[in-house]
Design a binder for this molecule. Sequence first.
Ligand SMILES: [Zn+2]
Ligand SMILES: [Zn+2]
Length: 274
Amino acid sequence: MSAQPIYEVLALRYGTHQDRPARMNFLTSDDHASLMPLDYFVWAIRGPIGSANPRTVVVDTGMTPQAVEHRPGRVVLNTVEHMLARAGIVAADVADVVLTHMHYDHAGNLDLFPKAMFHIQDAEMAFCTGRCMCHGVLRHAFDVRDVLGAVSRVHSGQMQFHDGTTDLLPRALPGVSLHLVGGHTGGLQAVRVPTARGWVVLASDASHYWANMRTGNPFPIISDLPRMVEGWRMLEALADGPDHVIPGHDPLVRARFPTLGGDAEIVQLHLPPA
Ligand SMILES: [Zn+2]
Ligand SMILES: [Zn+2]
């Protein structure tokens, strides 16, 4: 990709759920004993590298400390604002935030980004404000405070809607695109980014762990099972290899990619994994 602008992509871990049974992470599991920790991340895209006007896009905004008060085991290790600052990113100055989907661990903390335009799929806003939210089994991973915050951004002119596959900001961030996947929620979107090692795809919760898509066994929060399993094919087609699809919650991400300046909570996804 000689003429293709390239970007830096970071995964920033802000939380974790250590004492989590493995059976919570798969639709079907006979494993009643072992633990399988789950990490919580936000992501950042910076570039184009070498550009006179590089920009920073934050992908997802993490959970609020309040959201985990009634969710045992989930721990906010550091605030999202603090983690972004450790990567040199001032949340209050960020101009663009992608919301992959509206679950509580991805779309809290919108107030940290007063200047931002938020980017969401039409189908996700419809899902989290529509009739599906009448059902506890579809609603439980949303926090209504986050949903109200997103609706208020619509009315303040700070929400940009996308439908399907679109370029995020074609002039400012050439090559960075959004892809409607669905499956996990009504309008989950993945983000595709050109990097020095090829096309990297931030899958978010289209696959919580590499193991979900590699074994064909989905994480058990599902809005549409056929779309979820087809989504894995889409992610694979968009990425330059299996290590280029970045799952949403896998501790292996932090174990495999190089840290940012030795900070163990931030890894560089644009560099080859170990
Ligand atoms: Zn989710
Ligand atoms: Zn999640």
